[in-house]
Design a protein around this ligand. Sequence first.
Ligand SMILES: [Zn+2]
Length: 578
Amino acid sequence: MSRRTVTTWLCTVKRTASLISLGLGGRTRGQAIRIAAGLWLAALFLWNAPVHARPPKLVLFITVDALGSDLLLRMRPRLHGGLAQILSEGAFFPNTYYQYAETVTAPGHATLATGANPWRHGIVGNTTFNTASGRWEAAFEDPDHPAHGISETWAGSSPDRLLAETVSDHLRLDSQSRSKSIAISVKARAAIALAGKSGQAWWFQTDAGEFTTGTYYAKELPGWVKVFNAKRIPEQYFTRQWTLFGPGEEYIGADDRPFESERYGLGRTFPHPLDGAQPTPGPQSHWALAVSPYMNDVLVQFAKAAMEAEQLGRHPTADLLSISFSSTDYTYHFFGPYSWESQDAMLRLDASLAELISAAQKAAGGSANLLVVLTADHGGMAIPEELASEGVTSIRVDQARLQQGLTAALQAQFGANLLAGLSVTRVYLEPKAIAARRVDPAAARRFAAHWLSQQAPVALAVARDDLSSGPPGAGYLSMLQKGHHPERGGDVLFILKPFHLLTEGKTGTSHGSPYGYDSQVPFALLGKGVKPGLYLQKIHTVDIAPTVAALLEMGAPAMAEGTPRAEAIAPAQPPRIR
Ligand SMILES: [Zn+2]
């Protein structure tokens, strides 16, 4: 205490002593001062004592695939369910950004889970090119630990390639495995990233229409998963149609637009049949269901079964239930973020989340024990043709043509086919061909980067050698740098101009750029320890894991590079003085 503080404190003690003397007649002034000093010391001790740690009993970590802040803010006035509750009663950061360029599902979930960018967690894209095997591999591919049931290696099956600790891993370590962590999604790459290495990951095997995991996580499926799969719930949707949730006049724009994709027998307009255009249930109808928002309800039913079977929220330490809703992403890819389908998907998700939050509250023994987190793995650009109709310069860039052009340029310069693969923001060169031609690998990379940067749709291209020293690229170079991992990140990195879509498709749309429509996502918190409010400051998705860790009253994951958002954490309540 400073001299001034001591003087103030002594004055307060003396004033209290006077009151005590008045109230307790018969005491001497010395006795009164001693009593007053004792009382104030006790009070000071109590006010300054650390508050007993009481983190939530259950954390419900929700990610919504392809939910850009744009889409959420546009839909917000029409929401009245779980989404609306989280945004209006919780802490809402609509200006949360990814810091790397390739904004797709696997790196997105890995970043949300670890608080790190791909340069640290190593998940640079949904697929990476393996120059040894000569093929593209899934981000979480692991032939040594396949998934149970039908093998879908393209989906991935283990967290072996994830190089950073997740919130899930840290919670399990911190609680000495007393906390449970369960992650659920339609997509393996979402569930695996969220579960990390020591949680459980469950995903939907679309071919079989069942939930599964990899042998990394479980030697065999536990009883409750077998019971759930045996109910064949996905097949109950086979004869149903995806209909409008609300009155037709509330949907903005036209339902039928020629640039929407038609797949799995869904058609372009409501009502959408869910039978996959097949006579009996099978992969096609499972896919039709996965694209529709009805799949969210299947995930919620599975989450409820998990809460019940694993007694989530009933352990001495906090449990973590992570759930990634994937159907919003498929709907977005096929129909675009302005479509009736995306509007409907949000209305139905809003209703599904109300049910999920209510079930989680029950599991946790009341809302006072629950923390809800909401965020997204990326946003998504609108369909180029719909942007163009609004006057935006937006074009489809033919991926095959770009690849052929680069192949020809490398052939002309070095006399060999040096290109191994090209995807989203990455180019991989063929090391064997480079060695065989005795070409300097850095010269080949720099040549390819230079050629790409000369192409009209390309905003920036750089060899990996120049990631830290190249031209700033209007600030986008650092996003390529944070998205690159030296072992898997490719030889040349590039970014297209805004509203340019690298694709071979003629309909639908995609994401994967550093621009706001792909990189800006919501982050919201509701419940235990949260200070509600609308927080408009720009923050980053790497802040999410450290913030959740802070609310769990534990350290941050080991490689996290973000900052806990202290402004959204309620000050600890001092104990009442009795
Ligand atoms: Zn995604």
